[in-house]
Design a binder for this molecule. Sequence first.
Ligand SMILES: [Zn+2]
Length: 786
Amino acid sequence: MYLYCRYLLDKRWYDQWKEYVHTGDQNSSSYPGKIDNTELYEDLDSYHLKERLTENEDFVLVPAEAWHKLLSWYDMMDDQPPLERKVVDLPSTVKVEVYPVEVYLCLSSNLESTVSARFSRADKIRERNSADEDSYQGPPGVCGLTNLGNTCFMNSALQCLSNTPPLTEYFLKNSYLEELNFTNPLGMKGEIAEAYADVIKQMWSGRHYSVVPRVFKTKVGHFASQFLGYQQHDSQELLSFLLDGLHEDLNRVKKKEYIELRDADGRPDQEVAEEAWHNHLRRNDSVIVDTFHGLFKSTLVCPECNKVSVTFDPFCYLSVPLPVSKERVMEVFYVSLDPTAKPTQYRLIVPKAGRVIDLCAALSQATGIPPNQMAVADVFNHRFYRIYQTDEFLSCILDRDDIFEDSEEAGPSKKEEETQESSQTEEQNNCQSEASPSSEGEERAEEEESSSEPDRGSSTEEGQSACGSTDTNSQDATDVDQSAGAEPSGKEEEDEDEDEEEEEPASCAQANKRLPGRRHYTERRKKALFTMQAVNSNGTTERGMGEADGSFSFSCKCTLMRNSIYYRLLYTSDAFKYIKHQSMDVPHQQTTVQLQECIELFTTVETLEEENPWYCPTCKKHQLATKILDLWSLPEVLIIHLKRFSYTKYSREKLDTIVEFPLRDLDFSGFLLKKTVNSTEPPCRYDLIAVSNHYGGLRDGHYTSYARNKDNGQWYYFDDSKVTYAREEQIVTSAAYLLFYQRQDKIRHPTIPPPIPSSTQPENHISSQTRDGMDGAASCVSMETD
Ligand SMILES: [Zn+2]
């Protein structure tokens, strides 16, 4: 960042001048004459500075003020340029940039003739390009906000508020100056309001492509420590904080009186509502209340004594729930132990609150393989990341969005893996179950194995090949192979043995020793499909078998061995060739709901949850009352918060449901409890003015916004510092998170004509837009002009 300037001054001239000033003799020989920096230059044609000049030896640095004084008193030698240098704010230090960066520019067709240009390290390319940023005269309000490090949540909320006409006009007209409340203990001494006003004024000056809201962010962090630092936050949380902060900073009520709230006690709604609103205004009166506050009716009914409690409460946004599907779509890969069968990808519908066994059941329906012969594993970063138990909740399997994505991984690696282990081979089971569990993972795997026993041995090929002999491991392979060849005929008996063996913490080696006695040895090892290699826990680094301590340490790695086999099966050579089951062809139906459905849900009867009971004054204890919310009156600007982040006992998820919301004519009259009695009442029709979007999953993600410029009626897409034209049909997406609606009677016609976006620019960058040379490409929004 560039702070201010210093001027270079030749040290000899400076010393002479000091001596001269010291003696005070105007006629002395020490008179320095014109400022002369000749000694600092390599030559007087280019005025290039000499290399390796040293401060206080060759030159001194003087502040701008001193420089201009000296210049006015002594003048400068022969058109020498002033050596103005920027002071640059570097991390932990401040530096004067004596030698600016020099860039030579030339055409590649003519390398001979170059043009040189000098830049400061503090210069911005955009400033250099546009000569002077102050000359930018874009439409006011069409201005990006620089991301200061994960601050897109803040930028997104700010853009929505900035495009809320009554609020922005209030700040642009400086009305806030008269209403700043410095003494409100609930406020922030007016500082949030002033910082906000500053950002808004810059954004609407028309002079900036993008504004850096640094001061504003610092203030927000100062008053709400949760927003300190640079983590990602929720744009709704920020908006909520900001609406509250601005309200208290601008509260016209300087001293809040205490008001005792009266219960409705059977009085008519109209009366109770008016009383509640009046009481609210006695303590809260600000531009925020004028613009955003509405009133809803809350009715609680005690399940025991049927006591009805009615209250009217103000709100500044509506948090509406999304219909939560009880089902969940999961995509899994089914890997048969038949090595000739390719892995198959299935799309399954499972109960959201279900367990892993439900997933197996769903796959069983599709494959015909009994669920108890399956094992479910999570493959992540080229290895078996986790093996799930059948009684685990499906909520522990995250959707793909939420799994951390390693940049190294290829497409299919980050998937839930459904592995059918019905034909899991004897040898593996033995090793598996009898290896002393050295980790939780292996233990779990062991249990998985036991469930897959009944059919074991139906296909021995893979097992055999898996443990197929290799040069490096002949002894082990032989032992193992002996078990691998078990015939299906001996199944029953072996299964029982197996169960017994599982009880014992015997080592695999012991098991192997016993095996030859009761297992047939088959000749199938010649058909080896795989070579066996030990791998580390990542399934990546291969190790020579010779290093292992005989079969003992080797056997403890059984789980990993098996994993590595799958790893190879899935990811080697031809890199995971898999088949898509026809269930994958059914287009992934993205649930679509109407905004009106969400608003209806908001007003649906609900029973309070145990964590949040209601104190019944009649029963004198907490009760799980039923609660009904009804909308009573709506504000000029209605903010609707779509509750996409769902936290329940069973799941934490982000709902990607598309909520279809109208851009115009959202009619609330059907939702309002208060019936319009006379024509002086404002209508209940609303038009969309802004949307805050959230892309991504629960923990990460990116915020942007769409907003309609109040002056020209054009929609824009704000992505931090980038602003582009938006078309109306782009606005409704599954990312929409906060909706801003303005009541139609308050919407004013655009005061300037809409811009004409170029049809040849797909991105429609504002910064590159020019008015001239446009062929009358139709504008996206046709608006009347006054
Ligand atoms: Zn009660």
